[in-house]
Design a protein around this ligand. Structure first.
Ligand code: SF4
Length: 216
């Protein structure tokens, strides 16, 4: 599964627009319960179903490989449980191992902790930048957050298709509808990661998770 920040890094690496990258390298699955769209890397159509970026020399986008490739063979999961003191549901994140025979790293002597592995693989920036998107996913079980077709398309655009979302912000009536201060607007115009954060805010707004944007 690809995260919004993975897509920004990978499409830049390939010198493609987000729309072209998504069309060529990914497919979408819709969560049955909430109808949220999730993006997956499309494997090659041959019998081995290899990743399209793997070569004899290794990963040809290694410096921009997705977060899940960086974490592997460590998996991440989250569990919702009741916090009796606060009387509300909290989300607890934890790690687990994916032990598969083809992973030769298990044959090496060096020992790793989750912390040292995370540092070595440079995942902190991915977790930081995807935080807003994860907050949307953690809230997904509330009936108010179930998406209709229009909201599903908006979610897809605002979280994954940054080039289209940029056009939506600057070329539609978006800025007439929402009050975005000049400083933030300038940052959004110059920095795709600021645009991505606006995308998370917009998604939270349309899903009624949080009043992240102010209407004019
Ligand atoms: S690390 Fe492996 S699976 Fe991940 S993008 Fe690169 S080649 Fe593909």
């Amino acid at each position: 599964m690809l995260t919004p920040y993975d897509i920004v890094r990978m499409k830049k690496r390939m010198g493609m627009s987000s729309g072209d990258f998504l069309d060529k390298y990914t497919y979408t699955e819709i969560d049955e319960k909430t109808l949220h769209p999730f993006i997956f890397l499309k494997m090659n159509g041959d019998a081995d179903r290899n990743c399209p970026f793997v070569t004899r020399e290794g990963c040809n986008i290694y410096a921009d490989r997705p977060a899940n490739c960086r974490y592997y063979p460590v998996g991440q999961a989250s569990l919702k449980k009741m916090d009796d003191k606060a009387d509300e549901a909290i989300t607890e994140e934890f790690y687990f191992f994916v032990k598969e025979e083809h992973c030769l790293g298990f044959k090496e002597d060096k020992e790793w902790t989750v912390r040292s592995w995370r540092d070595d693989q440079g995942v902190d920036i991915y977790d930081d930048l995807n935080r807003g998107w994860k907050e949307i996913l953690f809230k997904r079980n509330h009936p108010r957050h179930v998406l209709d077709d229009k909201k599903q398309k908006a979610f897809y655009m605002a979280c994954y298709d940054m080039d289209r979302f940029r056009r939506f912000v600057f070329e539609s009536k978006f800025l007439e509808a929402f009050d975005i201060d000049d400083q933030r607007l300038e940052k959004i115009g110059n920095d795709e990661l600021e645009l991505m954060k606006l995308g998370f805010d917009y998604t939270k707004y349309i899903l009624m998770i949080e009043e992240t944007l102010k209407k004019k």
